[in-house]
Design a protein around this ligand. Structure first.
Ligand SMILES: Cc1ncc(C[n+]2csc(CCOP(=O)(O)OP(=O)(O)O)c2C)c(N)n1
Ligand SMILES: [Mg+2]
Length: 327
């Protein structure tokens, strides 16, 4: 057991389950939408990886900032992003969090500390470094967290960012979701080892290796320690091993493509974030099937309202096409 099931933590455990379930149900809804042709851009689902976003976010303060990637839905929701604005954004509506100009791969809402999501692999990482630098210069007690995948470790900008953060002692936490694949390429065809932390350590940053990033309690424990170190201007790196259950982009499964095996998928299915936490609840008797049904009802109601809002929202005006897009 990694956290005490005392009264202080009971509500927290339920919240972790709720937040993961919310991401899962929202993405299942997006998978339906995608199949029916409502979403025009490639949608990258994080189904299977929910525990990393939720565990890390539970260790942050609301003032802390995050940046994310093409696979950003979970990060946006876990950081407190508004679901209505997210659904509207994904449909390209004027009421979306980026006024319909970003779509599924660019979700952000600075009012809750989600500063950018960028689908160009590695591109959002230096934003976190810059935010951390500004925070340090202004004497704020705010850290910046960069979420990215194992593929981003092959980009020079990742190593430059880690080096810069280390040399200038910046309050930035790097979180690598190592799901073993970049599109259809297995990590061992791209990198010398499946594990990444040992190479990052040489930059004199503190590293945390979570061999089961689907266990939200393990993620939270490591994240709490990493966040506390980062706040003391000791940049940290977390590698959370996890697994994408759906295709790289799109709503379905892709075992037939042959770049990974069904057996490997089954091993990770057995480590499903929900199963793991439910086992824990069974042990401490804290959450019944009935409570879980209630949670599901609440979330589905919220999703229905967000869907209605998004569908009924207007498209952006043509005159706004070039506003807020640079220059
Ligand atoms: C610089 C750049 N090169 C290539 C791509 C095409 N691309 C999109 S996602 C992706 C794989 C990213 O893998 P990873 O970082 O492990 O994230 P995951 O998709 O596994 O979450 C690639 C190569 C891109 N978007 N940007
Ligand atoms: Mg990956």
């Amino acid at each position: 057991m990694v956290l005490n099931p005392d009264s202080e933590n009971l509500g927290l455990f339920q919240k972790l389950y709720y937040d993961m379930l919310r991401i899962r149900l929202v993405e299942e809804k997006l998978a339906d939408w995608y199949t029916s042709g409502l979403i025009k851009a490639p949608v990258h689902l994080s189904i299977g990886q929910e525990a990393v976003a939720v565990g890390v976010m539970a260790a942050l303060s609301p003032e802390d900032k995050i940046v994310s990637t093409h696979r950003c839905h979970g990060h946006y929701l876990a950081k407190g992003g508004d679901l209505k604005k997210m659904m509207a954004e994904i449909l390209g509506k004027a009421t979306g969090c980026c006024r319909g100009k970003g779509g599924t791969m660019h979700l952000f809402d600075d009012s809750v500390g989600h500063v950018i999501s960028a689908p160009l692999v590695g591109a959002s990482i230096p934003f976190a470094v810059g935010i951390a630098m500004a925070s340090k210069m202004k004497g704020e007690n705010k850290i910046a967290v960069a979420f990215f995948g194992d593929g981003a470790v092959e980009e020079g900008v990742f190593w430059e960012s880690v080096n810069f953060a280390s040399v200038f002692k910046l309050p930035v936490l790097f979180v690598c979701e190592n799901n073993l694949y970049a599109t259809h390429s297995p990590i061992l065809r791209r990198q010398p080892y499946e594990e990444i932390v040992s190479r990052v350590k040489s930059h004199n940053v503190r590293t945390f290796y979570i061999n089961n990033g689907n266990d939200v309690l393990m993620v939270l424990k490591a994240a709490r320690e990493a966040v506390s170190e980062t706040r003391k201007f000791k940049p940290c790196f977390i590698e959370a091993c996890t697994y994408r259950l759906r295709e790289h982009w799109g709503p379905g499964e892709d075992w037939h493509l042959g770049y990974r095996t069904r057996e490997e998928g089954d091993e990770w299915l057995a480590k499903c974030p929900f199963k793991q936490l439910r086992k824990f609840f069974d042990k401490i008797g804290n959450l019944s099937e009935l409570d879980i049904d209630d949670m599901e009802d609440m979330i589905k109601k919220e999703i229905d309202e967000a869907v209605k809002f998004a569908l009924e929202s207007p498209a952006p005006l043509e005159s706004e096409l070039l506003s807020e897009v640079g220059g």
